[in-house]
Write a new protein. Structure first.
Length: 113
């Protein structure tokens, strides 16, 4: 009977110690996750600033003209098309001169994960 009481006592001590060790481990894990969260929030803020800088219309216009050799469209290169409700045929606006129209594909949206 004494041996059973001693074994039961040892089991209780073991469970108590294991529970405390597990609580310390979980506490360390929580602190690590808080540090990770802070670092990720900082990185997110830096990326937002970088995105705002890179997507500024003035910067895009400067890169387009200086680095890519693009220019503003000339008279007749832009054709506006309107769709009227109930009419399935597009209607050209303001007697536009027919010219070759090239459509650029935007792959930026396809690259998002």
């Amino acid at each position: 009977m004494k041996i059973l009481a001693v074994l039961l006592g040892l089991c209780l001590v073991f469970v108590f110690v294991w529970e405390r060790v597990d609580m310390v481990r979980v506490g360390y894990q929580i602190e690590r996750l808080k540090r990770d969260k802070t670092a990720l929030e900082r990185q997110r803020d830096e990326l937002r600033v970088q995105f705002s800088t890179l997507s500024a219309s003035g910067r895009i216009a400067r890169v387009a003209t200086k680095e890519l050799g693009m220019g503003l469209p000339q008279q007749g290169q832009v054709i506006l098309v309107q769709f009227r409700p109930g009419n399935t045929q597009p209607v050209a606006v303001a007697d536009a001169v027919p010219v070759e129209v090239r459509v650029a594909k935007n792959d930026l949206l396809a690259r998002r994960y």
